[in-house]
Design a binder for this molecule. Structure first.
Ligand SMILES: Cc1cc2nc3c(=O)[nH]c(=O)nc-3n(C[C@H](O)[C@H](O)[C@H](O)COP(=O)(O)O)c2cc1C
Length: 192
């Protein structure tokens, strides 16, 4: 099983890359025994490197049958197709999801269908409004979110020294990953 950890901020000076690296480091420290015997490969997916244009496909992604006109969309489509479940590492911008990340979701459709999703958010209020917003969006592309989430405080866990997760966080993240792997395994039947 492949799990993609999507770094959702593309902003210069972003703190999100450090959060993504922390998620990846904790995830790769876990073995099959901690995942019901499932062999899991975790991969960082940095949205910034895909340099996606603002939705410029003439055909609606839900009916395009993966036939995209833009080479950048095709590269993104192949990447998302190759992954079974996701951790979205999301900032909160103006009480909602970040526009670049929403665009990255909007530009595809079948590639997201019937896969697992977990949310790691950060912000003044732990990014909880963006997390909840993602849950509503996820429903429309048949991404199935876990109840478990990680909600990081921009005030206490980020500073001049970068990102320092609070002591409860790695336990919360392991619980999230366990749930995500089980849910993602269950979605296989829906995809076949
Ligand atoms: C355009 C913009 C809007 C923001 N709006 C919010 C917000 O609504 N809630 C919040 O908690 N933080 C907000 N912030 C502060 C972010 O939490 C903070 O800048 C964080 O570092 C953003 O993540 P990033 O650095 O990975 O892009 C906003 C930041 C930006 C740039």
């Amino acid at each position: 099983m492949r799990i993609g950890i999507v770094i959702g901020s593309t902003r210069p000076g972003r703190v999100g890359a450090g959060v993504g690296q922390w998620v990846h480091a904790v995830a790769t420290s876990l073995g099959p025994a901690e995942h019901d015997g499932e062999a899991v490969e975790y991969e960082l997916v940095d949205l910034e490197t895909f340099d996606l244009d603002l939705l410029n496909e003439p055909t609606k992604p839900s009916v395009a049958g993966r036939e995209y006109e833009n080479a950048k969309t095709r590269v993104w489509s192949e990447k998302i197709d190759s992954i079974d479940g996701f951790v979205f590492v999301t900032p909160e911008y103006n009480h909602g999801v970040p526009a670049a990340m929403k665009n990255a979701l909007d530009v595809l459709y079948p590639e997201w269908n019937h896969k697992g999703l977990s949310l790691v958010g950060y912000g003044a209020d732990g990014g909880v409004r963006a997390i909840e917003h993602w849950r509503t969006i996820a429903a429309n592309v048949h991404l199935h979110p876990t109840r478990e989430q990680v909600s990081l405080s921009i005030f206490t866990e980020f500073g001049d020294d970068g990102f320092t997760p609070g002591e409860r966080r790695s336990g919360e993240l392991v619980a999230l990953l366990n749930s995500l792997v089980r849910l993602t395994a269950a979605t296989r039947a829906l995809r076949s």
